[in-house]
Design a protein around this ligand. Structure first.
Ligand code: M5T
Ligand code: MG
Length: 241
């Protein structure tokens, strides 16, 4: 049973070690298809929240629910199938391009691999590789550019078709043309899914339904870009300089 993508945190407290609380009383509510952005300075707890959405650690207090079901009661394989993750640095392994994409859905057909690559805007560069989809990537995809690795990561997430996505946006050193291609693939990937994004680009933040501003493990402001600008609080300071 796949989840629909309704994700709720109620009064969540969490720490990686006893006695050092990292998240305090975190509440969030994501409806299916909504885009939630986390912003805040380094160490504020953005990655930690995504770690909890993934159930990488047990929480100390409060509740996390998917479609109303306590996260602890969801079968591990159901949770894994429900969540897609695109991180700043994608792990590619030694194998063909097709195998690296298929990693997102091991029984995917060649047609599905190509469809996912097209959605991700990866099909173009793959076609230009000497062996196309059968080109071998070695040593963590070292022969590919950073942008190309990101496109493969998007294709890998797309093929799994998860209802919930976690994105850790790259503070990219890729050129603007490539960035536009990556962004278009990413926009298509996000379509119709619940998305939690650790946002670094202002455009991503602005386009989110809800922005959560974190400071020292607490959510100090939440709302749309316009809401938060009108509040003239921390977000306003961050984004109006
Ligand atoms: C929040 C601590 C970290 C900080 C706090 C991931 C992680 C974090 N921490 C651990 O002790 N162990 C861990 O595995 O938790 O850190 P964060 O959630 O990583 O913060 P961030 O993602 O907002 O920061 P950044 O730098 O990625 O923007 O006290 O030491
Ligand atoms: Mg982080």
């Amino acid at each position: 049973t796949r989840v629909l993508g309704d994700v709720v945190f109620e009064n969540v407290d969490f720490g990686y070690t006893e006695g050092k609380i990292v998240l305090h009383d975190v509440a969030l509510y994501a409806k299916p298809g909504q885009k939630i952005a986390f912003v805040g300075s380094t160490g504020a707890g953005k990655t930690t929240i995504t770690n909890l959405i993934n159930r990488f650690y047990p929480i100390m207090d409060g509740k996390i629910r998917y479609d109303g079901i306590n996260i602890n009661k969801i079968h591990k394989s159901d949770l894994r199938q429900s969540l897609g993750i695109v991180l700043q640095d994608t792990h590619l392994f030694t194998g063909t391009v097709a195998e690296n994409i298929r990693y997102g859905k091991l029984d995917a057909t060649d047609e599905e691999v190509i469809k996912a690559a097209k959605l991700a805007n990866a099909d173009g560069f793959i076609q230009h590789l000497p062996e196309g989809y059968n080109s071998i990537l070695t040593g963590d995809g070292g022969s590919l550019s950073q942008g190309q690795r990101q496109l493969l990561a998007i294709a890998r997430a797309a093929i799994a078709n998860p209802p919930v996505l976690i994105l850790d946006e790259a503070t990219s050193s890729i050129d603007t043309r490539t960035e536009a291609i990556v962004q278009q693939g990413m926009d298509r990937l996000m379509e119709g899914r619940t998305v939690f994004v650790i946002a670094h680009r202002l455009s991503t933040v602005k386009n989110s339904d809800v922005i959560m501003v974190l400071e020292q493990g607490r959510i100090i402001e939440k709302g749309s870009h316009n809401d938060l600008i009108m509040q003239k609080g921390k977000y306003y300071q961050l984004y109006t300089g």
